[in-house]
Design a binder for this molecule. Structure first.
Ligand SMILES: [Zn+2]
Length: 143
């Protein structure tokens, strides 16, 4: 069980990386601190683009860092945003995170300090699984 100290540490890392967000178009800055099962923390911030759909979210940047570093199991993700209310991960990020399990705690802190928490299973109750369309699991075995 993680204590409040590590929770506030994770939120503070999310806040710190939020300050490095590249968000000149929306002005909505987001930072994510993704805690792996082995205790390592991977950071990400949103990176916008002049071609809007090319931009990517903080959560998926953090997930990319984690996977590239060999992490495959995660405990929590802390999200900090510059908005007035705690932001939940967007649908695309929920699906991306669910690839590695829906037993993920999500903490989110708004600019004013308000914190909300969810489980990924609650936010994405029916995540897409390739094996549902592929009951023999051929696609997964191939990877
Ligand atoms: Zn997202």
């Amino acid at each position: 069980m993680a204590g409040i100290d590590s929770e506030s540490e994770l939120l503070s890392q999310a806040r710190e990386v939020m300050d490095r967000a590249y968000a000149p178009y929306s002005g909505f800055r987001v930072g994510a601190a993704l805690e792996a099962a082995d205790g390592r923390v991977f950071l990400g911030c949103n990176v916008e683009n002049a071609s809007y759909p090319v931009g990517t979210c903080a959560e998926r940047v953090a997930l990319g860092h984690a996977v590239a570093s060999g992490a495959r199991a995660f405990r929590r993700v802390a999200v900090a945003s510059s908005g007035d209310r705690p932001a939940s991960p967007c649908g695309m990020c929920r699906q991306a995170l669910s690839e590695f399990g829906v037993d993920l705690e999500i903490l989110s802190v708004a600019a004013g300090g308000e914190v909300r928490r969810w489980s990924l299973a609650d936010l994405l109750p029916a995540d897409f699984r390739l094996d549902e369309a592929d009951p023999a699991g051929v696609a997964r075995r191939g990877g």
